[in-house]
Design a protein around this ligand. Structure first.
Ligand code: CO
Length: 208
């Protein structure tokens, strides 16, 4: 634990050297423009990889960046971000080489985690034909990483109060993205959601 507290002291020193009023400003409140749904993987720190300071991104991370529509933790974070912080951009950030996605593709047991991985297996089933045609295992995992990011962004669009916001005129945008551990680049998967109309009919909820 020594490293943690010493690291913190060093960070405070360096931050104040750069901007003496940094903490005075930060303690007044937060007005982040982005909500980040990412993987818990220690190599994908939200603020750092997009070069943004504390105060700019509201963050929720879990194993393999899942958006599960009955996850109270996820729903509470999204609700606060959208209704109170008035966030306009939601990013789902997958990453190549994701251990959670790789685990979901195998038949090996990871104990309790097997239950969390079911939703990724469901994504696999939706795209089974495309995925099974990819011979190289690493490439197959990486394609599922992309598809998982897209499907979690879609799940975000299915959330009732997100659709309610759209129908009230909030120009909320949901973007599926993927990060590469190999070169540090974040890529837009060009699958975004802007209205209930971007969902299949059965998922559309009319609030009027
Ligand atoms: Co991961």
């Amino acid at each position: 634990m020594k490293d943690i507290f010493e690291g913190n002291k060093a960070w405070v020193r360096e931050t104040l050297a750069k901007d003496p009023s940094f903490f005075d400003n930060l303690s007044k409140g937060q007005t982040p423009e982005y909500l980040w749904i990412g993987c818990s993987d220690s190599r994908v720190p939200a603020n750092e990889i997009v070069n943004m300071p504390p105060g700019s991104i509201f963050v929720q991370r879990n194993i393999a960046n899942q958006v599960i529509n009955s996850d109270m933790n996820l729903l509470s974070v999204v609700y606060y971000a959208v209704k109170y912080l008035k966030i306009r951009h939601i990013l789902v950030v997958g990453h190549y080489g994701c251990g959670g996605v790789a685990a979901a593709m195998s038949n090996k047991s990871y104990g309790f985690l097997d239950n969390w991985l079911v939703s990724i297996k469901n994504v696999y089933m939706k795209y089974q034909q495309e995925l099974d045609n990819i011979r190289d295992e690493e490439a197959r995992v990486d394609r599922l990483v992309e598809l998982n990011s897209i499907e979690q962004a879609r799940n975000m669009a299915k959330i009732s109060f997100i659709q309610e916001e759209w129908q009230n005129g909030n120009p909320l945008e949901i973007h599926a993205t993927v990060y590469s551990l190999k070169d540090g680049m974040l890529r837009d998967l060009e699958m975004s959601f802007y209205s209930s109309g971007d969902l299949k009919s059965v998922f559309q909820i009319n609030h009027f």
